[in-house]
Design a protein around this ligand. Sequence first.
Ligand code: CFM
Length: 543
Amino acid sequence: MEAKVLLPDPSVVKAELIDKYPAKVAKKRSKSIVINDPETIPEVQANVRTVPGIITQRGCSYAGCKGVVLGPTRDIVNIVHGPIGCSFYAWLTRRNQTRPDTPEAENYITYCFSTDMQEENVVFGGEKKLKVAIQEAYDLFHPKSIAIFSTCPVGLIGDDVHAASREMKEKLGDCNVFGFSCEGYRGVSQSAGHHIANNGVFKHMVGRNNAPVEGKFKLNLLGEYNIGGDAFEIERIFEKCGITLVASFSGNSTVGAIENSHMADLNVILCHRSINYMGDMMETKYGIPWMKVNFVGAESSAKSLRKIAEYFGDAELKARVEAVIAEEMPKVKAIIDEIRPRTEGKTAMLFVGGSRAHHYQDLFTELGMTTVAAGYEFAHRDDYEGREVLPSIKIDADSKNIEELKVTADPELYNPRKTEAELEELKNKGLEINGYQGMMKQMKQKSLVIDDLSHYESEKLIEIYKPDIFCAGIKEKYVVQKMGVPLKQLHSYDYGGPYTGFEGAVNFYKDIDRMVNNPVWKLIKAPWEQQEAGSLEASYVTQ
Ligand code: CFM
């Protein structure tokens, strides 16, 4: 039975969140703060510029391109063309793990490659220095691929990273060199960087190797970045089921696997926000359908495996998947039965990037916990409301900045994996092909959905709801914990993980149990409990 959670009136909460803002800001923010109705799905303002002066959780386009999409592939040398700070900030901070076949196998993830742009390069140009850096990396490592990432000053001074890459690719002969115009300011958030990265990976990597891949059920795992070892757990499950993983984009992946990925017969997408472009482009060019899955949550993992088996339509695979679920689930069930009485009825808030604020709600549901408010930092309306809204999304000037690749069917390699009739049949069985329903359909009536949550709003939310746990990132962690509320980092998982699949679910239950039932939080007095009412907002002013 589900525990009843009494929630404050969401319209009063919303009014309070925007009450202190200047009128113009309040008007803008109110469009991004929405009271959910899973039946009618209200419109959420998303993927628009953050109001200047507001402390946002967001990152930049370079972070989305280099850090998120390309970063986890181990045998590509990623050179950052820019000041050293951009590299240091991105160096090993995302906890994406990788497992080379042998200790000697190529793995550049632990390195930090930068052109270390100086004032002189900003004034006189940095292309020469970039070419020297590419040559140096090549001489040291002889990698198969080198990617160049542009930081803000590169775009400002007009260095042509693409021309430099082409020149070096030709000169080196056996190294694929390509660049990304992913300057931090290219979009309103890291989301722009995802799109730029998808375009580059599609243009320069996918389809370079047409060698056939062994296996009966071949798929690519899109939008899984192996944070804390998540991909390892999914790989374990696939292997048990007899499913062949051709390439992962891009956790625990290699350049070779991505170049060969168009040989798969299905793309499954975990993180819709960061990689849906790739799913669509591969479908158009090669005829590979994509399907949204979720391996966060034990029930969701079982459901996703069943969806994959249904797609391939093979009786033996279906039986195998059922056997794996039957073997894995009792272990999960034993733990949840022990933990759930302690977590049942508690509340959570999730404010993370572009997909985890949705996916992790499944794990909290399994714990009997209610998500009272959630939102993404940089997702688009389709991630909230479902892909049906795509035709009605207005393309603003910021989105127009990002190239839309014109993709057509490959004259030789296009091979629709399913006929129209087969796709229709799958749809009738409830399999959503090339679709995603978004977060809101799954969230409760009257829960709050907030896009690009500001620091101020997060403090207010905590003050009003006093949730049992708040999920966000390192920038929020200690501020929230000083209020007496534990914060679980869902970007890096703090030091934990994996949280995917069956074993991951068990890890998560245990970690959350420890956090929400830790008596230490009761010993902390939140700032508003220590100070007089009204004195908080101005506490940053020195008089
Ligand atoms: Fe996708 Fe991600 Fe996320 Fe993301 Fe990210 Fe991340 Fe994230 Mo941090 S790709 S949108 S840009 S699931 S790095 S692994 S945790 S904000 S919710």
